[in-house]
Design a protein around this ligand. Sequence first.
Ligand code: GLN
Length: 222
Amino acid sequence: MPWSSGAARSAPEASRSICGVTAQPTIGVLAVQGDVREHLYAVEQAGARGTTVRRTSELDAVDALIVPGGESTTMDKLVRAFELRDPLRARLAAGMPAYGSCAGMIMLADRIADARPDQETLGGLDITVRRNAFGRQVDSFEEDLHIRAIGGAPMRAVFIRAPWVEEVGEGVEVMARVEDGPAAGRIVAVRQGPLMATSFHPEVTGDHRFHQLFVEIVRGKA
Ligand code: GLN
């Protein structure tokens, strides 16, 4: 496996300096469902330690969290079944940095436009998302996006039955919008302080600039 296992590492407390997070923070990937290993790999490529989070003790040990792509309705059910929902909400409310891709964006949104009747989110981001927003004809597609916050060349964005952001609150920075086609102008990347979310999946392309930015956010440097 391209990343190291959590068990092989030293105690997470040791990775935190007195004045905060060290140069190599520990970033947990919520591992109840979804593309966990892709995020773990990207996190390690971006210079942080990656570890899975399935229980409260594992959540307590991380500096930050990634909520992966997958299926938000299933993830919602599983975080409740694993009794992780309230601890996750508490850490987010306490300011833990978090990044969500696709289903992870839905999980971090305060509001869903078309939620399943019993679907809840963890919340944190003052946004309204619409699930499967791009419709059946274009439910999966790729596009190059120009994203000032990550700089450099355009980023290849992979959308898979993706949500878009329908509304943003005042404190939310829009990082990227769809640039072409019928959905042009739709918001697909946002940041609100230590919280960030993308409709697309940077973890599957080998371009780790979003994960690098997230690591900088966790270090308190971005
Ligand atoms: N459509 C999924 C959902 O609603 C998200 C898809 C994805 O993460 N690729 O959760």
